[in-house]
Design a protein around this ligand. Sequence first.
Ligand code: GDP
Ligand code: MN
Length: 372
Amino acid sequence: MLLELIALILAGIHFGIPLTYYLYLKSKYLNRPWNIKIDENYRPKVTIIIPTYREAKFIWERLDNLYAQKYPKRLIEVIIVDSKSDDRTIELAKEWASKHPDLNIRLIEEDRRYGKLHALQTALKEADQDSEVIVFTDADAIWEPNALSNALSYFADPSVGSVTGSISYVVPMNCGRYLENTYREFYNLIRVAESKKYATPIHNGPFLAIRTNLLRKIGLPYYAGSDDSAFGSLMAFSGYRAIQADNVIVREPIRGSQFRRKIRSAQHLFLSFLKTRKYAKRIKVYRYTRPFEEIWKIEWWLHVVNPWLLAVSTLLLIIEILLYESLTALALLGVGLIFLTLTTYRTWILQQIYLIIATIKNLWTKEVVWKK
Ligand code: GDP
Ligand code: MN
């Protein structure tokens, strides 16, 4: 009976903390004003950086999509940095550029594949001297036509260091409500509400804008296994608002092995929560802000500790069932399993499993370069 009680308490904490946090953010911050001086007429010079590795399938559409942004072309420069793709990525990018001479677009070719973050660093050095905002984006991302101009309007306020987009997944035909979007709705709400409070620790690869002079001063996070999701935390730890905006909508197709991809992204998240604050202190950019420390503590808990409570709770119930034939344990586990029919719950449980596998996998590999 004792083990069942412990299992129940652990599960209660596991579900209780994120649920309370979600409800707290939703009621207290989601509908608050931004407390940022937003100026729709702010028109900075922007550098858009696209890292590519084997993106022949997407690159043309990606560039068409950038071309369709509602923002003056004379204020945009595009830098593609390719890591020796062995498909037609480079050829297609060159052809597209020659057909659109009114857009300033450059192609950098690395001599081999060092990984996405390295490619971003390479591109950064090539940005124009008068660039004011750098926007990183993935080759398979699609932005809503006003995404760029909406995002830039927040930079009118000097307290804003970075702006990331809200992702909505491209739902495959006849799939109904795709699992991935449920996950996104839940997380988008949390990220936007955290941003209104102060900053969100996790940024998204499909749209990630950072003030250029801060990037030149602070740089990108560069510890083993670091990744673009950590850019927000680094900005926030440096004392700047790092926000996810609800009017910057980007879409991303689901592709490749979803399982591998989820594990990789969970690995990056875990490492980010393990290392970014220490990293900010080490490179001496750290500035204490109370709201972000609060946000960080909870998110750290949710990514580093919380998944294990569920694992231990489940394990205790299984032990009770196998060793003591406990009916209470069987009933509790049964209830947990029945709930799996609910999409949001199922997505949550899956995410916990990804985080646990990722934590273990981090012990031997950091996925700097991944299979494509
Ligand atoms: P996911 O969206 O996180 O699953 O990652 P993707 O595989 O879509 O990669 C995100 C972006 O980084 C895409 O534009 C890729 O082409 C690019 N990318 C991934 N690895 C490399 C690399 O080694 N070098 C360069 N230059 N780009 C890369
Ligand atoms: Mn992608």
